[in-house]
Design a protein around this ligand. Sequence first.
Ligand SMILES: [Cu+2]
Length: 64
Amino acid sequence: MAMQLKVPSIACGGCADTITKAIKNHESEADVQVDVEQKIVTVETKASEESIKQVITAAGHTVE
Ligand SMILES: [Cu+2]
């Protein structure tokens, strides 16, 4: 299932890397795309939206 999450705390490519690594660490098969300009994280994953939100929050970012 693909989901799109608005993550307003993304400021640069480093943030994108942090989030991508955190999600892949949680679920190695997840496909993560981060649009830094739009601050949108697109995740193709079998995990629940709630768990992905928790991973992003745990990585120090804020999901809207
Ligand atoms: Cu950054």
